[in-house]
Design a protein around this ligand. Structure first.
Ligand code: C2E
Ligand code: MG
Ligand code: MG
Ligand code: MG
Length: 282
């Protein structure tokens, strides 16, 4: 009796697995098509200087616009990563982002980079080519590397290559994973982006809210002691901005300052290309 049940359980588990695999294959085919048929679009969200609230950059955030609606990157980036499709997608993102700067639509752009892209031996060389072809100054580009990239054997080498090119490197989602203080101390990382999960409870009049603020104060003290500026992600209320400014955060990003939007909505005044603000020189 027990054996039979176990066997039946296994069979139905197998069926579920097969269905899931079929779904994944369908999604992957659709994602391939998306890249070829212009269903991918970049949205941009402002990053502002905490004190002046001046916009210093825009983060490029990928969207998959399907006939059935918009798919969140949280749903398709993992699939793109496991399938390797993130490499051509990442190249497309980089080109679009650099183009937005080249055409004067954005002053500076911050681009997310997956661990698998870091693993490509020609990643920095590809970036160099894109920069050269576009004529965009490297200090107008920030690259956001996640903590999972730190596990890549070539992580340190790539960081050095990128810094040689003159782009700025940011550690994204800080505090969410494997952040090592050794890496922050020894590697050329010029910006630390603190994950939204740390920001979210701040401003609540609860023990959790107060604890979150103290944690943020500690992170700021530590990261600033290393001479690295910080970005707090996910700021939604003026109270959060106020408290984070007081604990020494350098830059802000969040719905309070602007949601991710397609370029057409960032109707910046035309005219001469904006100059770089001094705080964000490399
Ligand atoms: P991330 O790099 O940490 O990006 C910040 C995420 O927080 C974005 O989610 C943004 O829309 C969201 N966000 C910003 N401000 C607020 C706020 O005030 N409240 C709330 N609730 N959310 C806020 P999004 O656009 O869904 O992207 C999710 C993740 O997908 C990104 O996290 C990034 O890891 C990844 N991703 C997005 N675009 C790309 C890309 O082009 N390449 C790669 N490799 N990853 C990407
Ligand atoms: Mg990011
Ligand atoms: Mg982030
Ligand atoms: Mg995040």
């Amino acid at each position: 009796y027990r054996v039979k049940r176990a066997g039946g359980g296994y069979a139905s588990f197998q069926r579920q697995e097969d269905q899931r695999t079929t779904l994944q294959v369908e999604r992957l085919t659709a994602l391939h098509r998306a890249l070829e048929q212009d269903e991918l679009q970049l949205y941009f969200q402002p990053v502002v200087h905490a004190e002046s609230q001046a916009v210093v950059a825009h983060e490029a955030l990928l969207r998959w616009i399907r006939p059935s609606g918009m798919v969140s990157p949280l749903d398709f980036i993992p699939l793109a990563e496991t399938s390797g499709l993130i490499v051509p997608i990442g190249r497309w993102v980089l080109r679009q982002a650099v183009d937005a700067v080249k055409t004067g639509q954005l002053q500076r752009v911050s681009v997310n980079v997956s661990a698998l892209e870091i693993r490509q031996v020609d990643f920095a060389e590809h970036l160099r080519r894109v920069l050269t072809e576009s004529g965009v100054e490297p200090q107008r580009i920030w690259l956001e590397l996640t903590e999972s990239s730190m596990l890549e054997p070539r992580f340190a080498a790539v960081l050095h290559e990128l810094n040689m090119l003159g782009v700025r490197t940011a550690l994204d989602d800080f505090g969410n994973g494997y952040s090592s203080l050794t890496a922050l101390t020894n590697l050329p990382i010029q910006l630390v982006k603190i994950d939204r999960s740390f920001t979210a409870p701040i401003g609540e009049d609860t023990p959790a809210g107060k604890r979150a603020l103290e944690v943020m104060r500690g992170i700021m003290t530590l990261v600033r002691a290393l001479g690295i500026p910080t970005v707090a992600e996910g700021i939604e209320t003026p109270k959060q901005a106020d408290l984070l400014l007081k604990v020494g955060c350098t830059y802000f990003q969040g719905y309070l300052f602007g949601r991710p939007e397609p370029l057409s909505k960032h109707a910046e005044p035309s005219g001469p290309r904006p100059t770089l603000s001094t705080e964000v020189r490399n």
